[in-house]
Design a protein. Sequence first.
Length: 123
Amino acid sequence: MNYLPKLFSFKGRTGRIEFWLVFIISVAIIAGLNFFSKPLLDKILSEWMAVIAINAMIIPVYWILIATEVRRFHDLGRSGYWVLIILIPYAGQVIALIWLGFISGDNYDNEYGTKLPDKASLT
């Protein structure tokens, strides 16, 4: 199965291992683009064009991260709108990280999909 369409999808369920994998890779990509690409792009492009170019590269990463968070909330039996909890300063981000990263998902089929397999699988 091709995993790429699932990355951009807001439907279905995602387990904790997949969430952590996407979260860590996303943070690394965003940090790398901000810290390493900006000085390089500033030399090639004007400053505002460099910011636009970096943001154009970061938008797909944020999309994938938010889609993964929505699917993770689905695994917990909650609506994907719960992802908006991160908009609460400080506390919302901590609460979301605890829920998404440490609370196990429903052990049964729910309205968002079938029970995830016990073994971690990205297929």
